[in-house]
Design a protein around this ligand. Structure first.
Ligand code: NAP
Length: 313
């Protein structure tokens, strides 16, 4: 059976950047893409204005540019989902859900993270029926409707602003009385005439038979619970959750060292606790999760792989 130099798990900015560096280093590698649409979480981001050299792009374009770049250089990828990995030995095995197994000397884990759900009654039932976690994907369903956004970070505020292009009115529901989002983002938000705020508030329960029609919102300072109902003429409203993220690391539990939230611990050169296994991008413990830092991690990890296989270092 073929033994690769490297398998990259994940095709977001960290995985793509690792693929670009691995290809240029002429490593024999493959990248595993879980989704048919590569690019990772960034493709769901409406506007990216902080990736050096590419001002005011959108996430979809940036994700596709990464992908095109890697593929133009000749990087190979497969679409598959990883079931488990065996990483203790020098030759590591990656078992895929389709039944295939890949053998490799090194692995870069670049599986990123996913949105956190609100964890409230009615949420599961109404997902895709008024409840969403992706403005870029679902904003146009709410053209001229009322929309609520839960959260106070960069994602909540940026995506709420994007939603104002579609919705009649957008209200951010935040559990405190000040936003966590960067000041530059806040400034734009406070000037947006279609954007409103419900401070010190948490959504406790959602209601609706086939579509989101009502919710109970509690003021955490007064304890008062308000029932928010859809405008009778609309019959529905939208609720978008942007309350942070959780890492895609379930399948590595018990194998790779992680912090208490499940993010993978690495050193500055992306080594995990297992020799030959590296982690890059949002999936690892770090202080700044951005496209630019994910891309940097991927580059560092791939160069470390190259060095581990070269007599020159
Ligand atoms: P985040 O910064 O962790 O913010 C999560 C927000 O949700 C916080 O305001 C938090 O409230 C609130 N929250 C958490 N749990 C909650 C719960 N159970 N109920 C209600 N509210 C809850 O997450 P993010 O906005 O997704 O951003 C993630 C990372 O990506 C950050 O590092 C961010 O800077 C980065 N990012 C950057 C950009 C950009 O640079 N343009 C864009 C998007 C994201 P508290 O404030 O009270 O904790």
């Amino acid at each position: 059976m073929k033994i690769y130099d490297l398998v990259i798990i994940g095709s977001g900015p960290a995985g793509m950047s690792a693929a670009i560096y691995a290809q240029r280093a002429m490593l024999d590698f493959v990248m595993i893409e879980k989704e048919y649409m590569p690019g990772g979480q960034v493709v769901q981001t409406y506007e990216v204005d902080n990736y050096p050299g590419i001002p005011k792009t959108n996430g979809m374009d940036l994700g596709l540019k990464f992908s095109e770049h890697a593929k133009e250089l000749g990087a190979k990828s497969i679409t598959a989902e990883v079931k488990e990995i065996y990483a203790d030995e020098e030759i590591k095995e990656i078992m895929l859900k389709n039944g295939d197994t890949l053998k490799t000397r090194t692995i870069i884990l670049a599986t990123g993270e996913v949105h956190q759900t609100l964890g409230i009654e009615g949420e599961e039932k109404l997902k895709g029926m008024g409840v969403s976690y992706c403005a870029t994907c679902d904003a146009n369903f709410f053209e001229d409707f009322e929309v609520y956004v839960v959260g106070g970070g960069d994602s909540a505020v940026e995506e709420a602003m994007y939603l104002t292009k579609f919705a009649r009115k957008v209200t951010i529901i935040h559990r405190r009385d000040e936003l966590r989002a960067a000041k530059s983002i806040q400034e734009k938000a406070f000037k947006n005439p279609k954007l409103f705020f419900m401070w010190d508030s948490v959504v406790e329960e959602l209601e609706g038979d086939d579509i989101l029609q009502a919710m109970y919102v509690k003021n955490v300072k007064t304890g008062e619970v308000t029932k928010v109902e859809a405008d009778p003429e609309d019959g529905m409203f939208g609720l978008f959750g942007f309350i942070g993220t959780v890492p895609n690391t379930k399948i590595f539990e018990g194998i790779i060292d992680m912090d208490e939230r499940g993010y993978i611990k690495t050193d500055a050169d992306m080594h995990t606790n297992i020799p030959g296994v590296y982690a890059a991008g949002d999936v690892r413990v770090k202080s700044l999760r951005q496209v630019v830092t994910a891309a940097a991690d991927g580059a560092i990890a791939a160069v470390q792989v190259e060095r581990s296989m070269s007599d020159y270092f």
